[in-house]
Design a protein around this ligand. Structure first.
Ligand code: PMP
Length: 300
């Protein structure tokens, strides 16, 4: 486990900067009992100029607002105010390359009623790569992503992550690095905490929106494809198609771009270093640190 905080760590709580070791949450909170909260996962990077930059900060805080609104949690904060607060805690904790976790949560309430107030905390810590940096072994999970008619899957709501936790723990217990979950229709959806792309004959494919979290990294990968003239398509597909792919990767704020070695023991066909996906991985690393990226020739 990473060390999330020590006695000097400062977090943001409802407009104030307080010591993490002294901050409190109400044990009667509706969020703790029912998973009724929304959150974000953001990263900041030391850019090539030496400055600290929160990557896609507006997109993340706007998604936090949409997530709260989607499940009826009051949201009274301005995006800019939260961005300023985030830079402030990064500075107070002396962090440049950091993981940033805003969480909007409910007061004490053991019923299912709407609350008059809600709270926000922003926590920052140093975090390495979420899924490591070697190619990973992926397993098709027996768990499906939640039914989008039961949960608004576009909201990054705390309760949804019980599904992520059981699926990820199950894959790891079976000797794999991570799970891949299908949607309720049997099409590939996403990882417990990342989106998925595969590559075939020089073209990239990713599940269409509807049953997945619309990842900000997913959107960034599509943006990079457009910038580099790499064809990309959003569509529904099955794991059978994936097992015939040249390469595949997960992408997310925490995971960044992480290539696969295999799916259910079936190796991906192409050497990762020869793939278009590796070009995307390199371009993503450049983008977050504001480095210009060069396109190198790819053998399709
Ligand atoms: N899907 C799920 C279920 C996630 O938790 C995440 C991480 N937030 C993602 C996809 C990727 O989203 P993003 O690129 O915005 O981090």
């Amino acid at each position: 486990m990473p060390t999330y905080y020590n006695e000097n760590t400062i977090l943001y709580l409802n407009g104030e900067y307080v010591k993490a070791s002294e901050a409190k949450i109400d044990l009667y909170s509706q969020s703790l009992h029912y998973g009724y909260a929304v959150f974000e996962g953001i990263r900041s990077y030391k850019t090539i100029s030496g400055a600290t930059k929160i990557f896609k900060e507006v997109e993340h805080y706007e998604r936090l607002r949409r997530s709260a609104e989607a499940i009826n949690i009051g949201y009274k904060w301005e995006t800019q105010e939260l961005i300023d607060a985030t830079y402030e805690i990064l500075q107070r904790n002396n962090l440049q390359n950091a993981y940033i976790r805003p969480l909007v949560f409910a007061p004490a309430n053991m019923s299912f009623t709407k609350n008059e107030e809600s709270f926000i905390t922003i926590e920052v810590w140093e975090m390495g790569k979420f899924l490591g940096d070697k190619l990973i072994k992926v397993m098709t999970s027996p768990f499906e992503r939640p039914n989008p008619k039961a949960f608004n899957m576009e909201a990054k709501a705390a309760g949804h992550y019980v599904n992520s936790i059981v699926a990820s723990q199950d894959a790891k217990a079976k000797g794999y690095d991570e799970a891949l979950l299908n949607d309720i229709n049997g099409f590939v959806a996403e990882a417990p905490g990342a989106n998925v792309f595969y590559e075939k004959d020089g073209k990239l494919y990713t599940p269409a929106l509807g049953n997945i979290l619309p990842g900000i990294t997913r959107a960034t990968v599509i943006e990079i494809c457009h910038e580099l003239d790499i064809p990309v398509e959003e569509k529904f597909f099955t794991t059978a198609e994936l097992k015939n792919a040249d390469a595949a990767f997960f992408c997310g704020t925490a995971a960044e771009v992480i290539g696969w070695e295999s799916l259910d023991g079936v190796k991906l066909k192409k050497d990762w270093n020869e793939s278009v996906s590796k070009v995307i991985q390199d371009a993503y690393k450049c983008k977050v640190t504001e480095k210009a990226f060069e396109v190198r020739a790819v053998n399709v």
